[in-house]
Write a protein that binds this ligand. Structure first.
Ligand code: DGL
Length: 262
């Protein structure tokens, strides 16, 4: 029984979509969440900068006593997880665009991936995509500007709707029947996506798979907290606390959401 928290980081508030899945599946576990909103978006930064920020976040979470780290960011995972696994001793769980289930389920043999430039240009994304998408056309679309809008709390604004429509149109014209959400901010666009996409297009998001994988890795490493102890959920941002609180969905102020300089 290990009561230390699970550390989670993202470039900003998007990773709370992963935290929700984790907390749902592992309610006994305490969590520490770092939203690096001051440095968002990561997706437009060079790979070396994404790596530097990922190391900074990891060190902070380890200093705060994390037993395992969830990289709740596709951009950080695809650019930094190999390095993190090689240089730190705790287990890491990452998230990558879920091409495999989309490719397996596609009838039109055309799947769309909406992700950041940092993810789409990474070696890891290319090798995974090549491995799973044999015989399938993968239409890659950079979601330029979407992370910034979500970070500003504008995930349902007409401006966001219009930008999203611009990105979806070419993929729809090409006949995709699956859309992979390759950024942990994008699940917050689901209401708009459902409005804009025909029903026949399946939206693939792998937050639940990340939670399942975290459970298995904790179990394999003897790190699960199986006690009935009350777990503690803490969220820190180097950006706007009120916005992070809104994404956490904690209207009663029951969880700790605070500013932290990191
Ligand atoms: N949530 C991050 C991801 O999954 C957003 C990256 C960014 O800040 O551009 O890729």
């Amino acid at each position: 029984m290990d009561q230390r928290p699970i550390g989670i980081f993202d470039s900003g508030v998007g990773g709370t979509s992963i935290w929700k899945e984790l907390h749902h599946m592992l309610p006994n576990e305490s969590t520490l969440f770092l939203a690096d909103s001051h440095n968002a978006p990561y997706g437009d930064k060079p790979a070396e900068e994404i790596l530097r920020l990922s190391i900074k976040n990891t060190r902070r979470l380890l200093d705060m006593g994390s037993k395992l780290i969830v990289v709740a960011c596709n951009t950080a995972t695809t650019n930094a997880i190999d390095y993190l696994r090689a240089h730190f001793t705790v287990p890491f769980i990452g998230i990558e665009p879920a091409i495999k289930p989309a490719a397996l389920g596609s009838r039109s043999k055309r799947v769309g991936v909406l992700a950041t430039r940092g993810t789409l240009s990474s070696h890891l994304f290319h090798s995974t995509s090549k491995m799973h998408a044999r015989g399938i056309t993968v239409l890659e679309q950079e979601g330029r500007g979407l992370v910034e809008l979500i970070e500003a709390g504008k995930q349902a604004d007409p401006e966001t709707r219009q930008l999203l429509q611009t990105y979806l149109q070419p993929m729809l014209e090409a006949g995709i029947d699956h859309l992979v959400l390759g950024c942990t901010h994008y699940p917050y666009l689901l209401p708009l996506l459902k409005e804009l996409l025909p029903e026949a297009v399946r939206i693939i998001d792998c937050g639940e798979a990340v939670a399942r994988q975290t459970y298995h890795v904790l179990q394999q490493n003897g790190l699960l907290n199986e006690g009935a102890q009350n777990s503690i959920q803490e969220f820190y941002t180097n950006g706007d606390v009120a916005i992070l609180r809104r994404f956490v969905g904690d209207p009663d102020n029951a969880m700790k959401v605070a500013y932290l300089d990191f």
